[in-house]
Design a protein around this ligand. Structure first.
Ligand code: ADP
Length: 257
């Protein structure tokens, strides 16, 4: 695959104590820059705006109201991009911020503009870094503006950019027959070819502190990817050099294909 969407969860770039994991952010920038050097086209979907915002404002938990949360996301998004910009610059690459709301993909004209922006960034060998636009996505207008989670968003970005592969990095090394954080005897699937009702029933609650998606939204994303006849790999983001191995064709995590 030449064009790849990579999604990192908050747990990949933040420590469990709520601090920014600079080592991981730098490593991510290094690996992705190297992949660009190899001729790959990479789109990064990065969570973490609220986590980084909380960290910058010395808060330990999300504020109560939606406007406050949106303000935290606004602060955190700026900081997140500033860090990525710095690290990618160090490795010789330019980034471009793409903030999306759901209506962007629902209306043909804004959809086309979005597609064109991605295309131009990729043509220029720039790495688009995508997130949901929390300033506009009001929770009460759920169906209109919100993707709701970056797992679904990353599957939509795969559609918009006509990428071949979505690599979803999480705090878990694949999809299991039950939540492996809670059950010692959970078994990992190597390959899942269809997201059926039975498969959906195996996804239980997330346990990570800042993540909002959980396994259900990852399966929703897999469903979108499979329907588009593309592939998704769900793998552990704790060692980011796993990206080299996945793109080298090695079996890592769970392949949805
Ligand atoms: P991220 O923040 O990386 O998006 P989440 O914490 O939202 O990740 O989701 C991953 C979590 O989903 C895992 O850590 C695990 O606790 C939970 N989970 C629930 N059911 C399953 C399952 N069947 N297989 C794997 N993980 C599962």
């Amino acid at each position: 695959s030449k064009r790849i969407v990579i999604k990192v969860g908050t747990s990949t770039i933040m420590y469990p104590n709520g601090a920014i994991n600079l080592q991981q952010m730098e490593k991510l920038s290094f690996v992705l820059s190297d992949l660009l050097n190899q001729g790959k086209e990479i789109i990064l979907v990065s969570s973490g705006a609220i986590g980084v915002g909380l960290s910058r404002m010395n808060l330990t938990k999300r504020p109560a109201t939606i406007p406050e949360q949106q303000a935290i996301a606004s602060i955190g998004q700026t900081e997140l991009m500033s860090l990525y910009s710095k690290f990618f610059y160090h490795y010789g690459h330019q980034i471009g911020q793409v903030l999306l709301t759901k209506d962007v993909t629902d209306f043909p004209v804004s959809r086309r503009n979005t597609v064109n922006t991605f295309e131009q960034l990729l043509v220029k060998n720039v790495i688009p870094i995508v997130n949901e636009n929390d300033t506009v996505s009001v929770e009460e207008l759920d169906h209109l503006t919100r993707f709701g989670d970056n797992d679904t968003l990353s599957a939509i970005v795969l559609e918009l950019t006509e990428a071949d592969l979505l690599i979803m990095l999480s705090d878990i090394d694949g999809f299991y027959d039950k939540n492996p954080m809670k059950h010692d005897d959970a078994k990992r699937f190597d390959v899942v070819s269809e997201v059926t009702e039975d498969i959906l029933a195996l996804a239980q609650d997330a346990t990570s502190k800042f993540g909002t998606g959980g396994m259900i939204t990852k399966l929703n994303a897999a469903q979108i990817v499979l329907e588009a006849d593309k592939r998704m790999v769900l793998a552990n983001g704790s060692d980011l050099t796993i990206l080299f191995r996945i793109l080298n064709g090695e079996a890592e995590g769970t392949l949805f294909s």
